[in-house]
Design a protein around this ligand. Structure first.
Ligand code: NDP
Length: 343
């Protein structure tokens, strides 16, 4: 047992949310946020989506993540209906969308980061989410067919029009982000504030290595995705998978093959032993580990059940248990684990 003194142990029943600045911007986002990929409009019912958002909001989560491609626009429609029904004051939550992959159509005019698609996609996202502005708008991937300057000008225009508050990128390289900032600086435009990279115990390269020069120079914030590697870091999976999980869902074989490997399951067992020493469930431990990185602005959670979200919310308080000694033991387990970048 690493933590022997119960008096010093934080009370995990308290689910106090904490907030961090989104990079150098003045916007404060909750340390944990809620995403909708593969869940809203796809693997869960709308009632479950509503229960998840309510649980999240009631526990201080203020950021809900979405994208045009998620369930081909349906995820935004579901979230929009829930936001409308809940009637939470608009100044108490932050909602995002992402542009690049399109909402189903695959014609060259319907995808990418050129001015036409970015403008049209923004208007469509506003309609589906039933909001007057997107708080965060991400370029979901870099677009080799559009000059970065065109995208920067378009995002700046959307901000000037009051349709977007902050814009950012997702899975862009450090070089591409730096180029966007150079264009913005040259023309006195608003540059990207945040990047949405994958970050978890198995994927550390972009956040820990590649982006390192950007945090202090351009003030990059990060809204990190898949903190549990699609559930593998929950510790519930075997190679056969868990029949009720996304890794067994029809059409998601590619995801199972990517995330669920024998080598990873071995690491999961070792990480579970460390988590158990702190009396923490592995998913709480794995999310708390992400929060230990001060360069992370918010950890976007995914959940298919309210019980999962309830458990994961404990990570905010649990991060205080991850002492330098614990972090060093984790490092031994994951040493060499994907400091390369994801593609
Ligand atoms: P995770 O890696 O945390 O995976 C979430 C899934 O893990 C859940 O849906 C659930 O799946 C399982 N799970 C979560 N908590 C528990 C628990 N306590 N016990 C057991 N199983 C658990 O996050 P996501 O991959 O969902 O990513 C989070 C968000 O990040 C997305 O919703 C999206 O908004 C964003 N994202 C962005 C991307 C980008 O390119 N910008 C790419 C991917 C995600 P199940 O019950 O099915 O096993």
């Amino acid at each position: 047992m690493i933590v022997g003194n119960d008096e010093r142990r934080p009370d995990l029943r308290r689910m106090d949310m904490r907030y961090r600045r989104l990079g150098s911007s003045g916007l404060q986002v909750s340390e944990l946020s809620l995403g909708s990929w593969l869940t809203f409009g796809k693997l869960i019912t709308d009632d479950t989506a509503e229960a998840l958002m309510k649980l999240a909001y009631d526990n201080g989560i203020n950021f809900f993540d979405n994208a045009e491609i998620y369930s081909r626009g349906e995820s935004e429609r579901v979230m929009g209906r829930i936001l409308k029904k809940m009637e939470w004051p608009r100044d108490t939550w932050v909602v995002s969308s992402k542009v690049f992959f399109g909402a189903g159509g695959k014609l060259p005019t319907q995808v990418g980061l050129h001015r036409k698609h970015v403008m049209e996609a923004c208007h469509d996202a506003l309609d589906r989410l039933q909001v007057e502005h997107l708080d965060l708008y991400f370029c979901h991937r870099p677009d080799p067919n559009t000059p970065i300057a065109e995208t920067v000008w378009t995002m700046h225009s959307l901000i000037m029009q009051g349709k977007v508050m902050y814009w950012g990128t997702s899975e862009w390289s450090a070089k591409e982000i730096a180029e966007a900032h150079a264009v913005a600086e040259q023309h006195h435009l608003i540059g990207p504030v945040m990047e949405q990279p994958q970050y978890n115990l198995f994927h550390r390269g972009k956040v820990e290595k590649e982006f390192a020069p950007l945090y202090d120079t351009v003030g990059l914030g990060t809204t990190i995705w898949s903190p549990l590697a699609s559930g593998v870091l929950s510790g519930k999976h075997s190679l056969e998978g868990d029949a009720s999980s996304r890794l067994r869902a029809a059409g998601l074989d590619w995801l199972r093959e990517r995330e669920l490997t024998e080598a990873r399951l071995k690491k999961v067992d070792e990480l579970k032993a460390i988590a158990m020493g702190l009396d923490l469930p592995l998913p709480v431990f794995a999310i708390a580990w992400c929060l230990k990185n001060p360069r992370v602005s918010t950890v976007i959670l995914g959940a298919s059940k309210t019980t999962q979200l309830e458990e994961n919310l404990k990570a905010v308080v649990a991060q205080d248990l991850l002492t330098p000694e614990v972090m060093a033991r984790v490092e031994e387990v994951i040493a060499g684990e994907s400091l390369t970048t994801w593609s």
